[in-house]
Design a protein around this ligand. Structure first.
Ligand code: NDP
Ligand code: MG
Ligand code: MG
Length: 330
């Protein structure tokens, strides 16, 4: 079992007198920075001029160009998009790091695949909330927290874990639970989860079900309600109490179909495809492809995004949601 940490395992005093630079003020940057400030820590924001700069200023933070924020800080949390971290690190962060600094991430991609190679005389850690930034903020405001992973890549000062735990406490994560992992495990499981199940797997499964029904002549609105709208209700039950709770509340007919047909839909060829996807994550093939894709301005990313935005399920979905009161904009 992995090592778990809770509120009483963290000592906020290791952050006393320290300045934390949160670099980037998007989903994670905003959530983490606001929580750290409310927990009593000193936070500055590092950015380029633009929309996020404006937002962070409106939220009352002192905002600086990235290089300036790094100079002011002891702890530098990089919350830029993964594909831009390497370039910003080389030009603005690395030249301003000093011995005993702590460099932080919320995802291990750049360290694990060698896009960022930090100097040896600093700490390098990860605190990765297992939820989107607005949930990191909302749960904190409710007196709760989103679970997080911590990992230590370099422990130059000997205080790397204490800093990681205090930071995790500052963003509210120890109120839930903090699990210890490695940069390799976090990176590879995170990429696999989002590719094979959470994002890639789910959208492809929904599309396959929708297209099968529509191609067989069924009404697209019916197909949408059946394979997409209802999915949330089912997932909520699984989230609450696992497969058993979900199966307790569906009909016996649904349960028999689930148990006998599910494994036929997700059959051996899906397992083989998942193994291939995992291998490309482990051997660096996916990382290389994604970095190169960014170097040429993302032709594949853009084309595939556009194609899915124009898919019938998106048009039908927008129309159906328009008719349902729970989706009416407040
Ligand atoms: P976002 O895309 O939401 O935010 C990125 C921020 O970086 C924006 O404030 C953007 O500002 C700024 N930025 C982009 N390029 C530059 C640049 N060249 N110089 C300075 N600032 C720049 O990122 P996320 O919060 O989604 O992701 C941040 C990290 O957190 C990633 O490592 C990600 O893997 C990790 N993570 C994200 C989760 C999530 O739910 N989103 C969950 C767990 C981890 P501007 O307005 O100027 O573009
Ligand atoms: Mg991810
Ligand atoms: Mg039904």
């Amino acid at each position: 079992m992995v090592q778990k940490y809770y509120e009483s395992d963290a000592d906020p005093r290791v952050l006393e007198g320290k300045t934390i630079a949160v670099v980037g003020y998007g989903s994670q940057g905003r959530g983490q920075a606001l929580n750290l400030r409310d927990s009593g820590h000193r936070v500055v924001i590092g950015l380029r001029p633009g929309g996020s700069w404006q937002k962070a200023s409106e939220d009352g933070f002192d905002v600086y160009p990235v290089a300036e924020a790094v100079k002011l800080a002891d702890i530098i949390q990089i919350l830029l998009p993964d594909e831009h971290q390497g370039a910003v690190y080389r030009t603005e962060i690395l030249p301003n790091l000093v011995s005993n600094n702590c460099l932080m991430f919320s995802h291990g991609f750049n360290i694990h695949y060698g896009q960022i190679v930090p100097p040896p005389d600093i700490d390098v850690i990860m605190v990765a909330p297992k939820g989107p930034g607005h949930m990191v903020r909302r749960t904190y405001e409710e007196g709760k927290g989103v679970p997080a992973l911590i990992a230590i890549h370099q422990n130059y000062t000997g205080k790397a874990k204490a800093i990681a735990l205090a930071y995790a406490q500052g963003i509210g994560a120890t109120r839930a639970v903090v699990l210890e992992t490695t940069f390799a495990e976090e990176t590879e499981t995170d990429l696999f989860g989002e590719q094979a199940v959470l994002c890639g797997g789910v959208t492809s499964l929904i599309k396959a079900g929708f297209e099968t029904l529509v191609n067989a002549g069924y009404d697209p609105e019916m197909a949408y309600l059946e394979v997409l709208h209802e999915l949330k209700l089912i997932v909520d039950l699984i989230y609450e109490g696992g497969f058993t709770t979900m199966r307790d509340s569906i009909s016996n007919t649904a349960k028999y179909g689930d148990l006998t047909r599910g494994p036929r839909v997700i059959g051996p060829e899906v397992y083989m495809a998942m193994e291939e996807v995992l291998e490309e994550i482990q051997n660096g093939e996916f990382a290389r492809e994604w970095m190169l894709e960014n170097l040429v301005n993302r032709p594949v990313f853009n084309a595939l995004t556009r194609a899915d935005e124009e898919h019938l399920i998106e048009q039908v979905g927008a129309e159906v949601r328009d008719l349902m009161p729970q989706f009416k904009k407040k």
